[in-house]
Ligand binder design. Sequence first.
Ligand code: NDP
Length: 446
Amino acid sequence: MNKLAKIYDQVVRRDPNEPEFHQAVKEVLESLEPVAEKYPQFLEAGIFERIVEPERTIIFRIPWVTDKGEVAVNRGYRVQFNSAIGPYKGGVRFHPSVNLSIIKFLGFEQTFKNSLTGLPMGGGKGGTDFDPKGKSDGEIMRFCQSFMIELSKHIGPDTDVPAGDIGVGAREIGYMYGMYKRLRNEFTGVLTGKGLTYGGSLGRTQATGYGVCYFMEEAVRTIKGRSFNGSTVIISGSGNVATYAADKALQLGSKVVAMSDSSGYIYDENGIDLATVKKIKEVERKRISEYVKYHPEARYTDGCSGIWTVKCDIALPCATQNELNGDSARALVKNGCWAVGEGANMPCTPEAVEIFLENKLVYAPGKASNAGGVACSGLEMSQNSLRLSWTFEEVDQKLKDIMVNIYKTASAAAKEFGHENNLVVGANIAGFMKVANAMLAHGVSY
Ligand code: NDP
């Protein structure tokens, strides 16, 4: 057994109940085998053992009071994974499925993603098993305040800078920021994804979704000589990432025919009316099934995985981890899909990825293709430090340049190590190198 396989075994033995974390670590370590061979100094310095172990894990109680006056208790997490190249940076997720395995996998992936952006950000992630669905605005506010009372002890603009993720948008960031500011009596860029009136960046809301399309446009043009223009696209989810991926896909001249939420999916062969989706999900906070009330010609189907049976050229999974399995991948290939770009983190199972690579689809792993969100968060941090605001056009141009550069970097690393066009290998290696070299330079300090 080679050394990296032994390290993976140790990870599984140490925390046997963390399947999502194991899945993320396995993929990265497998990609890094040629790196371990070429650079023995990484093995000698224990870089691989260290990089799979978070620097710090914080788990805490979040008590809050419901509208009925009852006391509820949730569990909070912040995993500060790696600070070799900058302060910990990564979102906070509010979803009932959140557990340590999920937060660790996200923090681990974030380390490589942040490195790929070229900006000085380490990797971290946080969250809670609180379910925002069905909660009143007052309940959301009280919960966010209680969450921040504890989290504030562990973060700071030069230490750890959280942002949004599933279940955490502008409203939640605002409530958390307000509490942090009160506790510290400081006005700093401690969170990103802030509102424009208090230090947010233009373009941050759109960044992840737009970034996925910028990355994919470059990838499909280079690898296949194709484009979004004239293509049929399907997008899972209808949250922040999905909505703005759809927005950019439309701007690039494609037709988006299907979108979903955690209950089911809509199919509109004439092309989905994004304004209606935004109204239902962003303003009314209702289910996507409502769409057919406004567009009776469209079809709604219960269940999320059916969306992958819709015929398309490009598929963008933008909802959640492991939402696209082997059967779904086979259905996509059978229907002629030629590109898959991950907007979500790890939405495709290892079997699905295998099928895409075997069938020579352009396949972009989330840590490369969805890095636009955190890249723009990095730009928000820069603006906060400079006490300046850039225009939307300036931010958008920087985002575009970063995404094209991530594609080029990942593609070059894949080629250098003999896996041309394999962006999984390329992104893992390119993301790893900068972090590993910084860790090497720091000695055995963490
Ligand atoms: P949102 O909360 O805005 O939207 C999430 C969407 O995914 C909703 O449509 C939701 O449906 C659906 N969804 C959530 N959980 C599940 C589930 N278990 N099964 C099926 N569908 C589900 O989150 P974001 O758009 O911000 O995040 C989506 C993905 O993108 C996540 O993987 C996140 O980690 C990743 N990401 C986000 C970034 C960002 O900047 N926001 C940056 C990089 C990655 P419903 O409304 O029914 O809950």
